[in-house]
Write a protein that binds this ligand. Structure first.
Ligand code: UD1
Ligand code: UDP
Length: 356
């Protein structure tokens, strides 16, 4: 009999991560897909299901936005009920959002094995909600799918050795599978009158930047000082903060746009000169597409990108942002190494789940 696997997703990056795994898993297991409803706008959720051919969720908890306690608590209640009804052989969670933690917590209390994709990532900054979610989820998991050697080492130093598998990064699988199709199906470059290799792609959404007035003002002013087009697909969280604070676009180069679908995003990443971001996924995609990334954080989980010279941590300082972005310096291509797997992480994950 086929195994019954309950997959839990809820936020934008999880729709991208689930796509290569579900594509493979569907032939070998009965996969029940649950959307917690953490993200719900069309261009934060539905568009990814459409573009990536992800099946319609079997359940949508429609939890929506709220405080961490509210959001996680609502998810826990909804997920527990489904787990009791469906009695899965295991649950599959991705990354480090509140949807990840709620899934892991609900399942582990019911003695259902937890399988964690993107295990072992650490920023060592406990002020980040994501760090709490990752540490907790890893400690509740039966199978831990680590994307990098660094992640395996982190788990080992916390005493987690059993069930750990180095498989590579499913986001790399997704880029390999989609980048060509994306460029063929996107007109985002023409629509915004961009010239390949002559613009910066920026994203900001991390709480440490949006919820810190001083940091957000410095980042905003810095983006307005860049001497070439800057495309900023704005996360709804950031749009709200910018509007509340009355921050205005003062540069003719800064183009604010709504969040874009995956195809437009990959096309923007593949054609830009450089990337400025605080996103985990976007840092990696910049690396996969061999673009220099400037990361607006004090640390990163994706340390390999920094060590190899393709990512640089940049303080929230308008002058520094202006200087580094106006003089993008990409490293020699010879420094590039395939440190995120071979594009077959999803297949390895599925095989390990089926053998468990
Ligand atoms: C969440 C994750 C973060 C991840 C990000 C991906 C947690 C704690 N954080 O952050 O790790 O990097 O998703 O994008 O799980 N909103 C909308 N429409 C939507 C979704 C959100 O307007 O479809 C607005 C709401 O005002 C909401 C705010 O964005 O309060 C924040 O959303 P939330 O899901 O709580 O956190 P993210 O910042 O998206
Ligand atoms: N992304 C997208 N459209 C956007 C911004 C991001 O498709 O407007 C994709 C991006 O390519 C990456 C993922 O969303 O695959 C990253 O998600 P996000 O930055 O929201 O979260 P994080 O990775 O920081 O958790």
């Amino acid at each position: 009999m086929k195994k019954k696997i309950l997959t839990i997703v809820g936020a934008r990056p999880q729709f991208i991560k689930v796509s290569p795994v579900s594509r493979y898993l569907k032939d070998y297991a009965d996969e029940i897909l649950i959307h917690t409803g953490q993200h719900y706008d069309f261009n934060m959720s539905d568009i990814f299901f459409e573009q990536l051919g992800i099946k319609k969720p079997d359940y949508n908890l429609e939890v929506g936005s709220g405080t961490h306690g509210y959001q996680t608590g609502e998810m826990l209640q909804g997920l527990e009920k489904i787990m009791l009804d469906e009695k899965p052989d295991g649950i599959l969670v991705y990354g480090d959002t509140n949807s990840t933690l709620a899934g892991a917590l609900a399942a582990s209390k019911l003695n259902i094995p937890v399988f964690h994709v993107e295990a072992g990532l650490r920023s060592f900054n406990r002020k980040m909600p994501e760090e709490i979610n990752r540490v907790m989820t890893d400690h509740l998991s039966t199978l831990l799918f680590a994307p990098t050697n660094t992640a395996v080492r982190h788990l080992s130093s916390e005493g987690i050795i059993k069930g750990v598998h180095l498989v590579g990064d499913v986001m790399y699988d997704a880029v390999v599978q989609n980048v060509k199709v994306a460029e063929q199906n996107s007109d985002i470059i023409e629509a915004h009158h961009l010239v390949p290799n002559q613009y910066v792609l920026a994203t900001i959404h991390r709480a440490e930047n949006t919820d810190d007035k001083k940091r957000l003002v410095e980042i905003w002013e810095g983006l307005n000082l860049i001497h070439m087009p800057v495309v900023l697909p704005l996360h709804p969280r950031t749009r709200k903060k910018i509007e509340d604070m009355g921050l205005k676009v003062t540069s003719e180069h800064l183009k604010l746009i709504d969040p874009v679908g995956y195809f437009d995003m990959l096309t923007l990443e593949a054609n830009c000169l450089s990337v400025m971001t605080d996103s985990g996924g976007v840092q990696k995609e910049a690396y996969f597409l061999k673009k220099m990334c400037y990361t607006l954080r004090t640390e990163t989980e994706w340390v390999e990108t920094v060590e190899l010279g393709w990512n640089r941590l940049v303080p929230a300082d308008r002058e520094i942002i202006k200087t580094v972005l106006n003089k993008t310096q990409s490293p020699d291509i010879k420094s590039y190494k395939e440190v995120y797997g071979d594009g077959k992480a999803a297949q390895k994950i599925c095989d390990l789940i089926l053998q468990a």
